[in-house]
Design a protein around this ligand. Sequence first.
Ligand code: NAD
Ligand code: DAU
Length: 355
Amino acid sequence: MPYAQSFMKKILITGGAGFIGSHVVRLFVNQYTDYHIYNLDCLTYAGNLSNLSDVDQAPNYTFIKGDITDAVLVDKLFETHQFDGVIHLAAESHVDRSIQNPLAFVQTNVIGTVNLLNAFRKNFKKPHQLFYHISTDEVYGSLDEGGFFVETTPYDPQSPYSASKASSDHFVRAYHNTYKIPVIISNCSNNYGPNQFPEKLIPLCISNIRQGKPLPIYGKGENVRDWLYVVDHARAINTIFHQGNVGETYNIGGLNEWQNIDLVRLLCKVMDEKLGQAAGTSEKLITYVTDRAGHDLRYAIDATKLTTTLGWKPTVTFEEGLSKTVDWYLANELWLNQILSGEYQNYYAQQYQNR
Ligand code: NAD
Ligand code: DAU
């Protein structure tokens, strides 16, 4: 049964100050002026209110600084607002940090998700209410050269991050099965675009090229990821939220697979052009470093269910998306510099020194 759009009014988006969350908040605030969008985010290192400076004064938007691991706060919010829909994005999202500190991932991704489910369940009164959980293709594990992840691929998470996301997905399904609350899950491939924290491959390389620093390629650079422009992911979330069938899972992907080394070479070419540098300048910064522990070889998504049943498809080509992304980082030096001058330096030293 698809979700009844006409009833929706109060929407809670968690993690809305992060990379993907900020694009989802923007789309909903601008497109659904008859909804009220509440953004619950505790502003970890990855949360940044300046990601939302263009919508934060909108009359249909409220920011709530709060932690999803705080059950008392979460319960109170649900009691007060009686949300019609929840789009849950808040998470610890970086695989390398999950290798450094797995417990933080259990706290937010597992306990935080269960807190939200409990509060949703306690306040579940209206049949149109929906809990939409945003997840990752990493729950399916690692592929070799052939095949694609489909919605029925068995879970086989390999990193502490993906184990925590798989666990949260299982809890969402268990609550649907046990307590009959309406849920939907989507599992998406690698996102890229404006506002992504520069710990992830693409913004890290843009940032390092800007500073003339080495571009660290894990292992031989042969690992493959499927890249999707973040605005296309936000559009998919909008489509699934309004038209998806309750109880179902949807895979989201870009049909855009790249070996890391080829992607970084392409990015170097784009950066050289945009910076007016001689061809080959940025590529000289490529440095092979010790591989990520337990590094998944390949992710590839089959999004046929979403494209055929709900009519979504990506609209931004990789060439166009990379160009827009580089333009955004070059035009937003202040955003980047504020991050680079803070806690990021400690993280960077711990992650890349002596590698
Ligand atoms: P991000 O790290 O950029 O942002 C996460 C946001 O969650 C931040 O604003 C942070 O402050 C907030 N947050 C973290 N812990 C919190 C807590 N305990 N309470 C309240 N807020 C908290 O992450 P992202 O890349 O935007 O990913 C968003 C979601 O999408 C995550 O659930 C992630 O697993 C999923 N996802 C990400 C990708 C990707 O490529 N980035 C792909 C597929 C799925
Ligand atoms: O597949 C979806 C997932 O994509 C999301 O669920 C995660 O939240 C998101 O972080 C992303 O995970 P990855 O580990 O694939 O993304 P990351 O940008 O960290 O790395 C992309 C690839 O680049 C991966 O194979 C590791 C490699 N890499 C990464 C970094 C940061 C490098 O070679 N060097 C680096 O410095």
